[in-house]
Design a protein around this ligand. Structure first.
Ligand code: ADP
Ligand code: MG
Length: 250
């Protein structure tokens, strides 16, 4: 049960010539749900996009392993085929491709129709992918995409941004279903990294490990709920003060 799905060692990533990720380590094992908190512009999306080798994200140093395989020379396609799926913060709009065309091309799930209904996407199947979708619709379509892909590791970038509470509940339920959280007698098989700005998702999806990402690296790891409480009370400047205090005491 505790096979590492993802191992990141000393990762440095630059975007448009600027170093954004400045030496970070992370290990995600099968069954674990990690949440990453961090200020706007700190590089959270960069991290997920770099793991998927999306264009524009240059890995300057470090090693990323998926299921023990070094992915350095792999294409995005090959990485996805290793069992990693990403739900984008800002999903691209694809004219000329309907949601149905898209799902047909990627589907590996036997009960996709159920998920289409549960996510209320039935009336969107003939629409062009993400074109004119509202905030909640975009995120529901992204989670439906993950459902269809059935990846072992889900990278979920801000599922609740631009989404009302009702949609957060619907999206979370689908995420839990993918993670098999709705079957309490069975252990989770899959794992996830969820980036959250508001932390609302923690009310629905049970997370195991929380991280604060600031200044290009993970600066704090611990219980997700207590990290969120601290951020709510003191903001990310509270995190900076806490890190300084720890350094001074070291
Ligand atoms: P977060 O997700 O934590 O809000 P991002 O990873 O989106 O942060 O962005 C980190 C930094 O990288 C920001 O300063 C952002 O402007 C910059 N950045 C991201 N993508 C690009 C890009 N395509 N071109 C130039 N700068 C970028
Ligand atoms: Mg982001």
């Amino acid at each position: 049960m505790d096979r590492p799905l993802l191992e990141i060692n000393d990762l440095h990533v630059s975007v448009a010539g600027k170093e954004i990720i400045k030496g970070m380590d992370l290990q995600v094992k099968q069954g674990e749900v990690h949440v990453i908190f961090g200020p706007n512009g700190s590089g959270k999306s960069t991290l997920l996009n770099a793991v998927m080798h999306l264009p524009g994200y240059t890995i300057d140093r470090g090693v990323i392993r998926v299921k023990s395989q070094n992915i350095a020379e792999m294409s995005t396609d090959e990485i996805a085929n290793l069992g990693i799926g990403i739900s984008f913060q800002h999903p691209p709009k694809i004219k000329g491709v309907t949601l149905r065309n898209f799902l047909d091309a990627i589907n590996r799930s036997e009960d996709l129709d159920e998920a289409v209904k549960a996510l209320s996407m039935d009336t969107f199947l003939e629409r062009e992918l993400n074109v004119g979708f509202s905030g909640g619709e975009l995120k529901r379509a992204e989670v439906l995409k993950l459902y269809a892909q059935h990846p072992d590791l889900l990278l979920i970038d801000e599922p609740e941004s631009g989404v009302d509470f009702e949609n957060i509940a619907i999206i979370s339920k689908a995420i839990n279903k993918i993670l098999q959280k709705e079957r309490p007698m069975r252990l989770r098989e899959r794992a996830a990294i969820i980036i959250t700005h508001t932390g609302h998702i923690l009310n629905y999806v049970q997370a195991d490990i929380g991280h604060v990402f600031m200044d290009g690296k993970i600066v704090c790891t611990g219980n997700p709920q207590s990290i969120m409480e601290d951020i709510k009370k003191a903001g990310f400047s509270g995190c900076s003060a806490c890190i300084k205090q720890q350094k001074d005491h070291a």
